[in-house]
Design a protein. Sequence first.
Lengths: 205, 226
Amino acid sequence: MTVWTSLYTSSTAIVIAGFLGVPVGLWLGLSQFRGRQLLITLLNTLMALPTVVVGLLLFGLFSRQGPLGPLGLLFTPWAMICGQVVLATPIVANLVLTAVSGADNRIINTALTLGASRFQAAHQLLREIRFGVMAAVIAGFGRVIAEVGVAMMLGGNIRNSTRTMTTAIALETSKGEFAFGLALGIVLLTVALLVNLGLNVLQQR
Amino acid sequence: MALLELNNISMLQGDFELQVPQLTLQRGQLYVLRGENGSGKSTLLRLLALLQQPQRGEICFAGEPIAWRAERLQALRQKITLLDQNPFLFAGSVEKNLAFGLKLRGIHGDRLRQKIDQALAVVGLSGFQKRRAKELSGGESRRVALARALCLQPKLLLLDEPTANLDIGQVGVLEKFLVSLPQQGMTVVIASHDSGQAERIGGEVVQMARGKLIDAPAVTPELKVV
């Protein structure tokens, strides 16, 4: 169950972070406007967000007295997913931005002169840098499946509900069950390896 | 009839300024854009391809001033195709590269395949449909890019040094073909720093020097009236 919870929350979070982060990275990479550099600096800072800080801020939002308290999200998988989206989106956006900046600058003009709209040209650019986009998603997934702060503070480590592999490891180790914690750690690593292998296969296609 | 008219254009690009006091491109006419390296030929072609908006001046397409609005620009750009000096081919097959612009114009199925086959035959690359674009040689890449532009049958075809890096035999065949395009109603502009080429293919000469258009075919009053 803990393996499933980890996979379910992290996969859902990375899909949402992808839908948010890829367009933001693309937009920042392709447009020129005042304040762009400031936004990029902000994005870099968000990449280094400590997981417990995200957990703490969202705990304030989701707790009963908080602005989003009536939604009843605290200590549910969705609260964890929200926290993980906050963690992964800046990573995805930033790495997509890097991929766009490093892309051949003839791609957009070639698409435009062949009759594409700006949106279609950006879509074509995305296809050309798909390896970079996939790497961004893999990095984001690595961040969320391995984090413990958000899962612990927003999920509450509830057995059969919000206990993930990382919170289970933390719990077992604190109980003195070092060997069991280590075994769970190996399972986590194996799951991460399998998911990355799967994504790599997708990347090769 | 005038296809594209440029008046009092000034376009800044870093320290470089492109100046075009007046230029009129007539339908079904061949133009050779001449000038030394760095004289602004490629910049002028990008302007003619409507890829860059000038800071000053007016451009008219078929007598109508161009409003630089996205939805209008796409429709106009579908009538103009630029072949870059160093063209970029998309990842994937040669066929996919040629299909890109055709699909944007709503051409699919058998008609799409037929147009691709014809265009590849013209550049001497029949049978290259399934080849991976990134694995082609320099000369083959240029010819695929040319086929990709030709299959769209634009009203205005802009070619930046189209015969650079090609074998002498291929240059002759290609020049002969390019000269035949205006007879089908296409306006063709070929940028070339090779004066021999300009003499071989004929056409009206447009001369650039240090970013400024210094000589262009005179427009007679009769021709200017649309």
